[in-house]
Design a protein around this ligand. Structure first.
Ligand SMILES: Cc1cc2nc3c(=O)[nH]c(=O)nc-3n(C[C@H](O)[C@H](O)[C@H](O)COP(=O)(O)OP(=O)(O)OC[C@H]3O[C@@H](n4cnc5c(N)ncnc54)[C@H](O)[C@@H]3O)c2cc1C
Length: 296
């Protein structure tokens, strides 16, 4: 059964997307929203199902077993060790933060139609992740594409028209510069943040959980948050079990640590201040009763 993380961060059965069916892909609508796409190129559902949990299980068991890793792996892949047993160990190890075990598996995504605003944020992630991005030096665009954020639909119509005119103007100037012999690497200086771009991203599971924790958070900018929702959807499609670890960081943490959410406007988890205040109340109540709560 496919699972998805709800707005409250809890896992629940997903709408029927055919996601558990080998080779099935979720409906294209969500993945193409705003012209942005994230497609999982590797692993295929077959490889994910057959090898990914056994690989992580092998990493975990190697630490505690007299058996050699290839024998542990053989038993896991052949089904001699029940999938549920493998998943239980993997979940325990991930929840305990023993992250090296999940660096053995990677996911490769084709990301297209996102803006340079998004890509600038994405490539700030440095560990356990590799990027290749369409070059504005080497590609001479016939007409660069750009994105119109949804919020502009709510803006006064003349402002939206002005936005479109400015973008079109910048892209027209880009073409004129190229036509006048200005090299692409200089003509691109007129391109706005809204310019679309394509990337290939390969990321190990440890890094993917970390980055998803930051970018699925409601404090993240909407476009990159949307991208990670699409990415989570893709991972769920090949492995609901592994996909279930992709959640806003407050979900595994149990509380929100974002200063911007001190007012508690995001209700996924209570803010750390609230948790500490509740603890202080409990401590004070204990003191009034003549007891001291043990702390280190
Ligand atoms: C909501 C939000 C708002 C942001 N706003 C801004 C902003 O206004 N301006 C801005 O410049 N950036 C901003 N950022 C980017 C942010 O500061 C980080 O650069 C980015 O999120 C990458 O995070 P990271 O360092 O955890 O990632 P990764 O590079 O993926 O690193 C993963 C983890 O590895 C460890 N690590 C990595 N490198 C080192 C190192 N050199 N030394 C020790 N440990 C290391 C850390 O534990 C780190 O968390 C924002 C990010 C978010 C999510």
């Amino acid at each position: 059964m496919a699972l998805e993380i709800g707005p409250d961060g809890s896992a629940r059965p997903a709408a029927d997307t055919g996601a558990d069916t080998p080779g099935a892909r979720p409906s294209g609508q969500r993945r193409r929203e705003l012209g942005m796409r994230a497609t999982l190129l590797f692993p295929t559902p077959e490889i994910a199902r057959q090898y990914y949990v056994p690989l992580v299980y092998t990493a975990c068991r190697t630490c505690y077993s007299e058996l050699e890793p290839d024998e542990i792996f053989r038993r896991a892949v052949s089904g001699q060790v029940a999938t549920e047993k493998q998943q239980e160990l993997v979940r325990r190890v991930i929840e305990s933060g023993h992250g090296s075990t999940i660096e053995h598996i990677v996911f490769t995504f084709a990301i297209s139609g996102v803006t340079r605003t998004l890509s600038h944020q994405l490539v700030r992630h440095r560990v356990g992740v590799a990027f290749d991005q369409q070059s504005q030096r080497y590609v001479n665009y016939r007409r660069p594409a750009y994105m119109i954020p949804g919020t502009l639909d709510d803006a006064p119509p003349d402002l939206r028209e002005q936005y479109v005119a400015e973008m079109d103007g910048a892209m027209r100037l880009y073409g004129e510069l190229l036509a006048a012999g200005v090299p692409g690497e200089d003509a691109r200086f007129v391109m706005p943040n809204a310019t679309r771009t394509n990337l290939l991203m390969t990321i190990n599971l440890r890094a993917l959980i970390h980055v998803s924790g930051l970018r699925l958070c409601t404090m993240a900018q909407w476009e990159i948050r949307r991208l990670f929702q699409l990415i989570r959807h893709e991972v769920f499609a090949v492995s609901p079990f592994l996909g279930s670890f992709l959640a806003p960081k407050c979900v595994p943490l149990g509380y929100c640590d974002e200063a911007g959410n001190r007012d508690g406007h995001c209700p996924i988890r209570p803010h750390r201040d609230e948790v500490l205040a509740a603890w202080a109340e409990k401590r004070d109540a204990a003191r009034r009763a003549g007891r001291e709560l043990p702390t280190l």
